[in-house]
Design a protein around this ligand. Sequence first.
Ligand SMILES: [Zn+2]
Ligand SMILES: [Zn+2]
Length: 292
Amino acid sequence: MKALDGHKGRLAGAAGGASPGMAASGAGGRQGAGGLAGAAAQGAIGGFAAALAQKAIDLMFPPSIYCISCGNLIDATRPYSLCDACVREFKWAVGRTCEKCGRILGDGDAGTLCGACANSSHVYEKGYACLEYGSCREVIHGFKYRGRAYYAESIAQIMHDRMLAAERDFDIILPTPMYKPKERKRGYNQADLAGRIFAGKMGVSYDARLLKRIRNTGPMSGLGGEAREENIKGAFVVERGREGAIRGKRLLIVDDIYTTGSTMDACAKALLDAGAGSVCFIVLAAGAAGAS
Ligand SMILES: [Zn+2]
Ligand SMILES: [Zn+2]
């Protein structure tokens, strides 16, 4: 926890020391950009001109200077590409967390486990979450469904800072694999994008091809714990011939969200069956304790 607390301290310091000049010029820039978009939108050629104008705005104001959660303009030095308000509103895992799945514990959670972990066992060894899902939903949706692949850098940095606080060593980092046809359709596997950068920051070897997803699974949202388990069962296998690479190794899986843990358990089972020493995971966000 210390390192993350320390980082938050730095964040607060950075916020306090932000140059008012920069903030002012940033706000001015945004107004200008809005005016340009507005003029184009009202033009005779309509949508196409608006799209062109938006492209021009993106060139003038690259995405890294927008807060990745609320879209407000920020200066590019802001840690995690988040504005101060979002940093404050996000629920960071800096207090008590479930010692099994890593989600943030509420005041009502008396023990060291969340309700879900107290009532069921998991195949994986331990999980680490950085944030509570509800507070950073926009970041995850943008990253996953709206093509904001460049969020990977900020997400990897958040995961890195969280993991430093945990003071644990791993041999190999890998992403939760996506079913290939689905990945081709989306254009990227968000867990792979963030995982690759995260592993680089951690100085740990990274291998996105150890584990693969051999079938598509229906959407998990709306399914209960058991239905999720059934949905995902047998969906992951260790790549043929790669067992030697993971034998006895301490593995860390990267994903964006943790809900019931059925995906992580299915990944962990495939890896452990193939000889892995231990399997932990890190996610950007986990659902609130009590919600699943
Ligand atoms: Zn924001
Ligand atoms: Zn838990």
